[in-house]
Ligand binder design. Sequence first.
Ligand code: NAI
Ligand code: MG
Length: 332
Amino acid sequence: MHKICVIEGDGIGKEVVPAAIRVLEATGIPFEFVYAEAGDEVYEKLGVALPEETIETALECEAVLFGAAGETAADVIVKLRHILDTYANVRPVKAYKGVKCLREDIDYIIVRENTEGLYKGIEAEIDEGITTATRVITEKASERIFKFAYELAKDRKKEGKEGKVTCAHKANVLKITDGLFKRVFYKVAENYKDIKAEDVYIDAMNMYIITRPQTFDVVVTSNLFGDILSDGAAGTVGGLGLAPSANIGDEHGLFEPVHGSAPDIAGKGIANPTATILSAVLMLRYLGEYEAANKIEKALEEVLSLGLTTPDLGGNLTTMQMAEEIAKRVEL
Ligand code: NAI
Ligand code: MG
């Protein structure tokens, strides 16, 4: 029995999470879903966006499945990632058949450092009209994120991938912080002689994910750069409705779509559940349920290629109808 903390959150979070749960239940794996609250609505109600009770539930469950928060996202999801110490934010970028993508051979993973960098939240107004933000890069956090990236490349190599890690940084300008980041990257590389290591500047990387995305395997970068790069990358394989993510630490795993609460389409039942379903697939792999994970991914591929999708991908199904099409195939 896997005990999962489920946080639907706000907006389309309340639509895409039930869709993913429907598909998870179709696998026949026994789950205990423990529902917890977070986000704008709870803030309105209780004056706190991430209640203590939710934190406790998240800490005691085997994994967390999260939908989206609205304006309180920073107080909810960024805080939760810190509390659970999920230092690696894993964002697969993969072209599925039936989805309009830049190329059909795109298949790489962005690993974003999740605990420091510019998102450490150290901001100040040092004088009137003068503000600063402190960018924190430590050897310890860099070392563990690079180790994670190399291990991931090692696993993917076993599945026939190239076995390469690309580090994206800006060490030519951010000489001290990214100087350290780059140095640690090559130091960790010494323990992974069978994996190729290369580094590129983040601005050039932003172009390469468009001009030659097929050449990447595992891409590792710092917090803010990874946030920006991965949304752009999502755009090359069908948009935010398809982009999943996993937040992984040594003790906890939190799985969530990259998108937010999408207030422009919330309540209409037309949100694409794919990103959340793929996040649930990442969760299944984290739980060691590989067979079920592969089964869902295969069912999803079939549904996408048949055009049985929500309107953002040109189909005419609702969120739940699309989930139902996938669940049906998983149950077969
Ligand atoms: P968003 O991701 O919610 O939406 C951006 C655009 O993508 C919108 O046009 C939306 O309709 C579309 N979209 C997103 N998910 C979709 C899906 N599953 N199917 C079809 N279309 C989809 O980002 P936005 O508009 O910048 O922010 C809206 C709210 O979400 C804000 O309050 C923001 O703070 C919050 N947010 C929360 C995040 C989180 O909880 N992890 C992440 C990003 C934003
Ligand atoms: Mg983002």
